[in-house]
Design a protein around this ligand. Structure first.
Ligand SMILES: Cc1cc2nc3c(=O)[nH]c(=O)nc-3n(C[C@H](O)[C@H](O)[C@H](O)COP(=O)(O)OP(=O)(O)OC[C@H]3O[C@@H](n4cnc5c(N)ncnc54)[C@H](O)[C@@H]3O)c2cc1C
Length: 391
């Protein structure tokens, strides 16, 4: 496994639990404490199910905050949608978790399972096939070494070195936007409620973290994002208040702001000889629907179901079964995030009217709301792909 980001850490744990002997390599050193990522990531019901199955949920649960209600609105005028966990028979629509704590805890669980087989400060350089396995070149510090594996898993992120090494092309584009993250406190918190407000420049999400604490995710065009980063805290809080329609009262910025460039990128294929790409290495998407990590966790859960009891975890037939099982979820999830990103940016009056009518219509139509909530939970997609590979 190459990469100990959120997907790689969970993937190594899942494969070890499925009985595989796993070596995980991560180019960065292991930081002593969680730090440096102010995002709150929303885990879906399917992700919770995956993490429970891996025995990792218990250590994560104290850091999570349940989102039971989501209010979605379009800029100005009519067109809003209310999503309720209770209406859909779920205990929550998702769980917000600080990204740095999530990574720290997942790496902790993974290291407990792999012990000495988790190598930080170790970079993947390249690989080639050798009979029924691959020889993988790694660099630890100044030392070059080679390991043999039956299957190589690329969880090495959007700039995947494995994908580049095998010449796998990608389709996609840059949204020309950045997500500006700022932790805030608000004057009038609404318990267990997340807000997503779409504007022409991009969505503004307010994710509840408990009490008065929220994490704001404001997507802005590149140049505006740079301006927003340089604003004093008070001015940035005022901007957030204006854009969110002041529904949570006065806001105070309580931590540093960071920006993440946004792009959509899909690998043209996710498998190669004795190799598979998972997580962002396979699909990177706009964060508006909070699906990137959730999709990656369904990747590794499906891969673990595939290799469990397999005589050869890297055989072409196994990998083809995996790729076929994951393709519909990849297409649907990336397509949905992209549709939201493009549809809510359009300046065309007809598109903007259609968008508001769609929101208002979905708000009035319970079956449409329920379908949306169940799709977003990822439970059906997880069941479909794990069942397909076991069949
Ligand atoms: C603003 C924002 C908000 C988001 N919110 C959500 C959300 O609410 N819910 C959700 O599901 N998703 C969300 N996402 C998406 C989510 O963050 C990503 O999909 C997920 O973190 C991807 O994880 P990954 O492990 O695939 O990749 P990465 O996190 O990029 O990890 C890749 C790892 O591989 C390592 N690596 C790279 N090259 C090498 C090499 N040559 N050798 C060894 N190691 C290497 C890197 O150091 C890194 O640790 C959000 C994204 C953004 C930008």
């Amino acid at each position: 496994m190459v990469g100990a980001g959120l997907v790689g850490a969970c993937g190594a744990l899942a494969l070890a639990r499925a009985g595989s002997s796993v070596l995980l390599v991560e180019r960065a050193p292991l930081p002593p404490a969680p730090a440096g990522d102010a995002r709150a990531l929303v885990l879906s019901a399917a992700s919770r199910e995956v993490l429970q199955g891996l025995g990792a949920w218990d250590r994560l649960a104290p850091h999570t905050y349940a989102i039971e209600h989501i209010r979605v609105s379009d800029r100005g005028g009519f067109g809003s949608l209310r999503l309720e966990a209770g209406e859909a028979g779920l205990d929550a629509l998702g769980w917000a978790c600080p990204a740095d704590l999530l990574l720290h805890e997942l790496r902790g669980a993974m290291r407990d399972a792999l012990a000495a087989d988790a190598c930080f400060d170790t970079r993947y350089l390249g690989h080639h096939q050798d009979g029924e396995s691959v020889l993988v070149e790694l660099m630890t510090g100044e030392t070059l070494h080679t390991v043999r594996a039956r299957l190589l898993v690329g969880a090495d992120g959007a700039q995947s070195a494995l994908r580049l090494a095998r010449g796998i092309a990608t389709d996609g584009y840059d949204y020309g936007q950045q997500a500006v993250i700022a932790p805030v406190t608000v004057e009038r918190p609404v318990p267990h409620t997340a807000f997503e407000h779409f504007t022409r420049e991009g969505p503004l999400a307010l994710l509840p973290c408990g009490g008065a604490r929220y994490v704001s995710v404001q997507c802005l065009l590149d140049a505006r994002a740079m301006d927003a980063l340089s604003l004093p805290d008070d001015a940035y809080a005022a901007l957030l208040e204006r854009r969110s329609g002041a529904r949570l009262g006065r806001m105070t910025v309580v931590g540093p702001r960071r920006a993440h460039a946004l792009a959509r990128q899909r690998a043209r294929r996710v498998i190669d000889l004795r190799m598979v790409l998972v997580g962002n290495a396979a699909n990177t998407m706009h964060p508006n629907a909070a699906q990137g990590l959730n999709l990656g966790l369904r990747d590794v859960a499906t891969l673990a179901a595939c290799v469990e009891h397999a005589a050869d975890p890297g055989s072409a037939s196994l990998l083809e079964r995996y790729a076929a099982a994951r393709a519909p979820d990849h297409r649907r999830t990336v397509g949905f995030s992209d549709l939201l990103a493009q549809g809510f940016r359009s300046r065309l009056t007809s598109v903007s009217l259609g968008r508001r009518l769609a929101l208002a219509g979905a708000d009035l139509c319970a079956p449409a709301r329920l379908r949306f909530v169940h799709e977003a939970s990822g439970l059906a997609a997880l069941a479909r792909s794990t069942t397909a590979v076991r069949a």
